[in-house]
Design a protein around this ligand. Structure first.
Ligand SMILES: [Zn+2]
Length: 308
């Protein structure tokens, strides 16, 4: 148990003593990161000495982490257009929606089919796919976000408890856009996704990349460590190993270099930089060029998996 002085409540913590990827028990100190977004608390990020997986140590357990999301401007779940940074975020979101839709089509080689969007947030992507005649199921743990998706798009979004209830081989495509890093029961999640995906289906996951140019530049300040909301920090090699462990073959890796602009601006803001927008844009530009030469340097990566 841990008492959080700023948020003023008691939380249960997730103490990791075994690497969920390889079972290694030698976890070394990697970084000390601060929760600049909600609590101001610091969290240790540890690295498995055997496989290199990076994990947030002593994060609140899933049942208790909700409060760390509760500030009015958690933009992944909001629709506010206030401020330059949010405006950029929303513009990029529109752009990414169409890129994601074409990626689904290209990766699945299907124009329509059944799709599950896990961690759909306010439902923008699920709605975009429904508009393209896909049969869409969506899951979101935040009741507020589910209510938003219902009101704005008429989407019936399921709670997380629905996941194990879907039929085996129910989906042609499963997407997790920046979700896996939040999931507490990681191995169970991979197993369930394998079960409910069709044999010829595709699993598409986007996660921040701690090997990226911007992560290396900013170190512990890198906003996409986003502790304690991000429990896991997936390097490209780690994603491939997780897939292999759970019966998937990594088919493709697609860089998301535009994320570097937003993440860098947010990082500069957290650092209290005077010209956070301009500095963030500059770093974003450098990161973008860096990822052109080597996609493993991209701020976030999309991974496309197929069943073995
Ligand atoms: Zn490990």
């Amino acid at each position: 148990m841990l008492f959080c002085s700023k948020l003023g409540f008691i939380v249960d913590i997730l103490k990791i003593d075994t690497c969920p990827l390889c079972g290694g028990q030698q976890l070394e100190h990697a970084l000390t990161c601060t929760d600049h977004y909600a609590s101001g608390e610091t969290f240790e990020v540890v690295r498995c000495a055997h496989c290199g997986f990076l994990m947030t140590q002593n994060a609140p357990v899933e049942a208790k982490i909700g409060r760390y999301y509760e500030t009015p401007d958690y933009i992944s779940h909001s629709d506010t257009q206030k401020g330059m940074m949010n405006r950029v975020y929303h513009w990029v979101r529109q752009f990414m929606l169409s890129r994601k839709a074409s990626l689904v089509k290209q990766a699945s080689k299907m124009s329509t089919g059944t799709l599950l969007d896990y961690g759909t947030g306010t439902g923008y992507f699920a709605n975009a796919m429904a508009q393209k005649q896909w049969t869409v199921k969506a899951i979101e743990k935040s009741p507020q976000a589910r209510a938003f998706a219902k009101e704005r798009f008429g989407l019936d979004v399921d709670a997380e408890t629905a996941l194990p209830l879907y039929e085996p081989q129910a989906f042609d495509v499963i997407t997790l856009w920046h979700v896996l890093e939040h999931v507490e029961h990681l191995n169970e999640m991979w197993e369930t996704l394998h079960k409910i995906l069709k044999d010829r289906g595709v699993l598409i996951m986007a996660v921040p990349n701690p090997d990226s140019y911007d992560a290396q530049k900013y170190g512990e300040w890198w906003a996409a460590y986003d502790v304690p909301r991000h429990l896991w920090h997936f390097r490209p090699s780690v994603m491939q190993q997780f897939g292999a462990k759970h019966g998937f073959i990594l088919e493709e890796r697609i860089p998301m270099p535009f994320d570097a602009f937003y993440v860098s601006m947010l990082t500069e803001k957290y650092k209290g930089s005077k010209y956070s927008f301009i500095k963030g844009m500059l770093t974003g530009t450098c990161a973008w060029f860096s990822a052109l030469g080597k996609k493993e340097r991209s701020s976030s990566m999309i991974y496309v998996f197929r069943k073995k």
